[in-house]
Design a protein around this ligand. Sequence first.
Ligand code: DOR
Ligand code: ZN
Length: 444
Amino acid sequence: MSPERNRTSLVIKGGHLIDPAAHIDAPMDVLLKDGRVVEVAPPNKIKGSADEKLDARGLIVAPGFIDLHVHLREPGQAHKETIATGTAAAAAGGFTSVCTMPNTVPVVDSVEWIEWLRQPERGAVVNVFAIAAATRASKGVTLTDFRALHSAGAIAVTDDGKPILDDTIMREALVLGGELNFPVVQHAEDTRMTENCSMHAGARSFRLGLRGMTAAAEASVVERDVQLAMHIPNARLHVAHLSTGDALKSVRRGKRAKARVTCEVTPHHFTLTDEDMRDYDSNYKMNPPLRSASDVEAILVALADGTVDAIATDHAPHAAHEKEMEFERAAFGITGLETALALALTRLHREKRIPLARIVELFTAGPARCFDLRGRGSLVRGSVADVTVFDPKRKWTFDVAKSLSKSKNTPFDGLQLTGKVVATIVGGKVVYSGSAIRDVRQAC
Ligand code: DOR
Ligand code: ZN
């Protein structure tokens, strides 16, 4: 679903364009008109005229960022987040499109709910693509009507929050998904091995006296799914929030065998380890949990070498009363939309020397390919005019009190970061600039 389209035109001048899908990494001006990219040209060579100008000197201009994994909590849990507040946080984080997860109340498992999500009354300020439940009420027993959900505009199916555990159901989901070219997104966790667990199984969980989730609980599900995907014609498997080195091995094997297997990792899984969890602080509790240092190392290698397709936030807002309690009882999940780019730039680019173009790819062309978001993830002429402009060098401190998300559950409050979003443009319209959400309707 798209917010209203801009009828005016905007030229972005003086910036350095990184568009990995178009193999561009050079100073370029970009002209946007009527919601589309109409010209991309070297500095001062744009032929057309524009009503508005954005000065991008010293800044990176990139295709609009796409987040494949966001919990917007509507319908039903507006006390945690709404589509309006979640997409405002997305815009502040540089995301022009977000894919919303169906583990709401009720679960988004019908055409009616897909249509409800798309209504303008929801107040989205960025594009919202709906992911539908793979099984009815995400109970893992009966597949939803993939054909109807696909026709209604759902872009993938998942039972996220829970795995699709049953072998036959998962196989059928991949068969049917393959027929429709519909990705099946797996939350890979063998819940038979993780009951009552609240963090990663390791020395830290032992010292803290908490039951731990083994890496095997994730890796065994990913291995089974990759095996299925390798043997089912056209099946499309997407592994959500992959967190272990062993799961990466299966994904690599699937990719080498030319299976249609993709995966995403979150900023927290490439930034923190289980050893970072302090004092039973539930802002460090999420599922999958923070893993070992060797898992993080494996993820960093896979981010650099192309095995990982996308960085996705798994933005999982929860209210204070759902987090502030004993660690084992607190809800799983942390917010992530406003810190993702800065964590990637700080951790991956500055510390690990991963090229800027690869990082931009992980936020743009990579995710667009995972879910076939046509016209997005690149700024070639004719693409949708979704653009993210950022300063890769600006230092800032994340202050959760200023977050636009309704929830404040993050371990990154007070963290000094490098790299900041300067402007977020959706359909040719600036929806975020500097520190504020623009009223998109008024700007029409
Ligand atoms: O940490 C998580 N939070 N992991 C999930 O899989 C679900 C999510 C949520 O919905 O809060
Ligand atoms: Zn999940």
